[in-house]
Design a protein around this ligand. Structure first.
Ligand code: IMP
Length: 427
């Protein structure tokens, strides 16, 4: 019987999805990325070596494992080649034998990056805090039906005419609104040609392969990027990314039928972090927050920005359970909480005088929500070598149980350190 699992960030991204994907990948035939782009940064540590994946699925760290990049991803060809070279330099072999990319995925062009950065700059104090990688403008063009798809790489005259057409509008914006120089189609072609030439052999019909695999009872693992509360529809709009980060995005972003997604695992840190702007009710702007940042190494993998840190927000998790249909939780970085006298879990908000269990839906409503905390005893022991639940201190077990009770689903994977081996898998 075919088994397809979706890995979803249950918070605002950076939950440690890369590690969980890497752990599970050995039991799957294929690992698929279905949304986002090189705004993501998935870190995998294996035997003292650390790999950072941005566009390429983390499953590629397993020799012989096949990986797909789906139609829902936006892909910068130059960034893709840089990542390919960086990972090859670390000894990973990436060829069309183990990586296939959908022809339907959209291409991030130089003007997308320029517009992303110029627009952020012009927003002044209301910045989104984007990664500046052109992700939003590329998805905008996709929706506006003026996007450039990877298939267009295979037809240079079509590619040229599409860029020429797009530049009419882009140059008007870049020069007229943002005071920048106009771009020339020839320069763009020259800039991207070496990268597109390297990418063409990777282009494939991944839907076809997934269907064949499904018929044979194969197993597919979907590697979500960003997190549920950065979802373009359901996240803390407008402080969100531009794709559907929830589990439904795995279906639309790869072409698999939704009913073929059998298990949905929500990844949550044992606390909460967020990068970029936007409301964050449990944020700690004090020594406890600084401690989480230092102990947890909470600095952006891609941008190096310090992450905002705070207590675990179970209201955010509750929403993730229902939006994604989570069947279980994987909790990461439990070890970072070790050494605290007590730990807090936000179980509800007070919003406009009411006690609420789910995030408010008004624009920026979360900014007005006050967290209601349950204080639990902390634990002092170093738990980095615990390999079973029994080896965790009783207060750490009680912390996990409380989260399971609130979410109504089991926490089946508990990560107690960055290495693949530092993981407790509950039977
Ligand atoms: P964009 O995706 O670059 O447009 O950025 C939009 C928002 O999503 C910003 O607040 C980013 O910091 C955030 N974001 C994008 N990708 C990630 C990620 O992989 N982890 C955490 N936050 C992200």
């Amino acid at each position: 019987m075919s088994m397809n699992i979706v890995i979803i960030g249950a918070q605002w991204g950076d939950e440690g999805k890369g590690k969980v994907v890497d752990m599970l990948a050995q039991d799957f035939d294929v690992v698929v990325r279905s949304q986002g782009g090189n705004n993501a940064g998935h870190t995998v540590a294996v035997d003292g070596k650390t790999y950072v994946f941005s566009l390429i699925p983390s499953g590629i760290a397993h020799p012989g494992k096949r990986c797909f990049i789906g139609n829902g991803v936006v892909l910068d060809p130059v960034a893709f080649c840089l990542e390919l070279d960086r990972l090859s330099g670390q000894g990973l072999r990436i060829t069309p034998h183990n990586l296939a990319i959908s022809r339907k995925a959209h291409m991030i062009m130089p003007y997308h990056k320029l517009l992303d950065q110029a627009r952020e700059k012009s927003r002044g104090t209301s910045k989104i805090g984007t990664t500046g990688r052109g992700i939003g403008p590329c998805y905008e063009d996709k929706a506006a039906r003026i996007g450039i798809r990877l298939a267009d790489m295979e037809n240079e005259s079509l590619l040229y005419s599409k860029i020429e057409m797009a530049l009419k509008e882009k140059n008007a914006l870049l020069a007229g609104l943002y005071g920048q120089q106009c771009l020339r189609v020839e320069d763009i072609m020259e800039e991207i040609r070496p990268a597109t030439a390297r990418m063409i052999p990777f282009l494939a019909d991944i839907q076809d392969e997934m269907e064949e695999l499904w018929k044979k009872g194969g197993k597919i693992l979907f590697e979500g990027a960003q997190g549920t509360h950065l979802d373009i529809d359901h996240g803390t709009y407008p402080f969100v990314t531009s794709s559907n980060t929830i589990s439904g995005g795995a279906a639309t972003g790869s072409g698999i039928a939704p009913w073929k997604l059998t298990r949905i695992i929500g990844i949550t840190k044992a606390y909460t972090t967020r990068v970029g702007s936007g409301p964050f009710p449990t944020e700690l702007n004090d020594a406890a927050g600084d401690r989480l940042r230092e102990q947890g190494g909470e600095f952006g993998t891609i941008t190096g920005r310090p992450r905002r840190c705070g207590w675990l927000d179970a209201v955010v998790l509750r929403e993730s359970v229902r939006l994604n249909g989570l069947t279980e939780i994987a909790m990461t970085k439990l070890d970072v909480l070790s050494g605290m006298d007590s730990v807090n879990i936000c179980t509800a908000y007070v919003y406009k005088g009411q006690h609420i269990l789910y995030p408010p839906q008004e624009e920026n409503g979360l900014a007005e929500a006050t967290p209601v905390y349950d204080e639990l005893p902390g634990w002092k022991d170093n738990i980095g070598s615990a390999d079973s639940m029994e080896k965790l201190p009783s207060s750490a077990r009680a912390y996990i149980r409380k989260i399971e009770d609130i979410c109504g689903i089991p926490a089946k994977i508990i990560s107690v350190g960055p290495d693949r081996k530092q993981t407790i898998i509950k039977s």
